[in-house]
Design a protein around this ligand. Structure first.
Ligand code: NAI
Ligand code: CS2
Length: 488
């Protein structure tokens, strides 16, 4: 069967939505670092929508900073790929033409820097995962002990890290008397714009303080909140899509109908007419971001660890169990008191919508995928919420159970005896700290002893350590579902 490409596009079934503009006339206004599934299902669709309006400035050049996988998926397809939207009843396929190709940075870092320094490029967007900014969660500074960071701090002629590429490209734009591009982080991090700005300024300062000053004065790093559930594509997804449309698409992504993008209205140069494309531009992103990270992602991680430990592979399976569903509602009851909901966000309706989204069986969202990188995710998803509740002298029972699930997860075995590798940049120090810990009290103390995950504020609060310890004992002795208790 032939691959999806410009040549096979016309032969697809009529119900498949196609780009609808002249791709040959599209110019590259965006470079995206971290061309994973989420970019392809979220930001790239907005740029594709912009192209459909006739504004052909918004083609996307994808960059992988690590591996050739997505390049090998998309470049043989002329950059074309399918977004398969699954609402739980029907599928709808939209072919995206906005991505013009993919570069693999380690193969040719100079080509990536040159592309980012092109006068036509106005935006550099990123989805490099929470760990991709190479920032120390405790200090907020660059992880100077990271070999790639150390190499970039010493020499930016062949960058390795996202901050390194951003600084090398901005330096080249300055040398060419071009304005900076706007840097748009689309990762699930609180104050993501400020974080990537801090990483860039620290990297620039190490090379040329006048460059750092120029970026600080002339650059723009808007904060964003991004939301669309995009599970990793499986080989079965690709086979089924090929059978459905008659062309093989190695770069397809699957997702839900829901999508949301909130961006701080702060840019350097041109950008698409985001408001006309359904993107929310606002001076204040934080209320949206807190609601999303603490309600959606806090529940997601708790479902992943507790449901995963109980042996459930998929999110929809977990929330179909009354005891888990009631637990998520209890967690939301706690989390929502810490929010400052923005105008227009109806929290009860938002919670109902979230539960419906989690219940979508067509997404087949793996608890294992959500569980990865917990050390990078828990601070903003559960721990910040817990600190806010304790500051208000409020209970943290459900939130602490989510943390206990994460600690239990570090053992790498489910209650059904299935062993797995803990996928986390801090898996080794976590395993080392837990190796000698026998009791639940020891295990909580061991995790709290690591810098960059649990803050000293929480580590020193017996209300936190005691509640997590109680839950850790409970799930160890009774098992997760029994410990959650029968719920009506
Ligand atoms: P993915 O696994 O498909 O892609 C991850 C991308 O990040 C790849 O390009 C990979 O090379 C790059 N990457 C990973 N570690 C890196 C590092 N240390 N330095 C530089 N690049 C690195 O994952 P996906 O689904 O695209 O998610 C990526 C990020 O997007 C998430 O971490 C999250 O922050 C955000 N996001 C994801 C959503 C989803 O449902 N998948 C929804 C909302 C946000
Ligand atoms: C998930 C998120 O993998 C995870 O950590 O919780 O990627 C989640 O799917 C998105 O934030 C939804 O917008």
């Amino acid at each position: 069967m032939s691959r999806l490409s410009n040549a096979t596009l016309a032969g697809l079934p009529d119900e498949v939505e196609r780009p609808g503009y002249d791709r040959a006339a599209v110019r590259t206004g965006v470079v995206h670092l971290g061309i994973g599934a989420f970019h392809r299902a979220h930001q790239a669709l907005v740029f594709d929508d912009a192209l459909r309006t006739g504004d052909l400035r918004w083609g996307v050049l994808g960059v992988s900073l690590r591996s050739p996988g997505v390049r090998d998926q998309l470049n043989p397809q002329d950059g074309l790929y399918s977004v398969v939207m699954r609402d739980g009843v029907d599928d709808h396929t939209r072919i995206i033409g906005a991505v013009q190709g993919v570069l693999v940075a380690p193969e040719d870092p100079a080509a990536v820097v040159a592309a980012m320094a092109s006068p036509e490029v106005q935006l550099v967007t990123l989805t490099v995962t929470e760990k991709g900014y190479r920032l120390d969660p405790a200090s907020g500074g660059l992880l100077t002990g990271d070999p790639d960071v150390a190499a970039d701090l010493a020499d930016l002629s062949t960058p390795r890290t996202a901050p390194g590429f951003l600084v090398a490209a901005l330096a080249e734009r300055r040398r060419r008397s071009l304005p900076p591009f706007t840097v748009v982080s689309c990762d699930n991090l609180p104050h993501n714009g400020a974080r990537v700005r801090a990483a860039v300024l620290a990297m620039a300062e190490a090379h040329d303080p006048t460059l750092a000053a120029w970026i600080g004065a002339e650059g723009a790093f808007p904060q964003t909140m991004v939301d669309r559930i995009v599970p990793a594509t499986t080989p079965d997804d690709i086979d089924a899509q090929a059978a459905r449309v008659g062309a093989r698409d190695e770069g397809m992504v699957k997702t839900e109908p829901f999508t949301q993008w909130v961006i701080e209205d702060h840019f350097v140069g041109a950008r698409p007419d985001f408001a006309a494309l359904g993107v929310q531009l606002t001076p204040e992103v934080a209320p949206w971001e807190d609601a999303k990270l603490r309600l959606l992602n806090g529940a997601h991680s708790s479902i992943a660890y507790l449901g995963g430990l109980a042996g459930h592979a998929f999110v929809h399976e977990v929330v179909a169990i009354p005891a888990f569903r009631a637990f998520v509602e209890r967690l939301w009851n706690e989390a929502e008191t810490t929010l400052n909901p923005p105008p227009g966000l109806d929290i009860p309706a938002y919670r109902r919508d979230l539960m419906a989204r989690f219940s979508n069986p067509a997404l087949q969202h793996r608890t294992r995928q959500i569980a990865m990188d917990g050390s990078q995710k828990l601070p903003q998803r559960l721990l910040a919420t817990i600190a806010a509740r304790l500051d208000a002298d409020q209970s943290i029972d459900a939130l602490a159970l989510g943390v206990a699930g994460w600690i239990g997860w570090q053992d790498g075995v489910t209650e059904t005896g299935e062993r797995f590798t803990v996928d986390d940049p801090m898996a080794a120090p976590l395993a080392a700290a837990l190796a000698e810990a026998v009791t639940a009290t020891d295990r909580v103390r061991a995790v709290c002893s690591l810098s960059g995950i649990v803050s000293p504020r929480l580590a020193g609060d017996e209300r936190f350590t005691g509640t997590v310890t109680r839950h850790l004992n409970g799930i160890a002795i009774q098992g997760v579902e029994a410990w959650l208790g029968p719920q009506a």
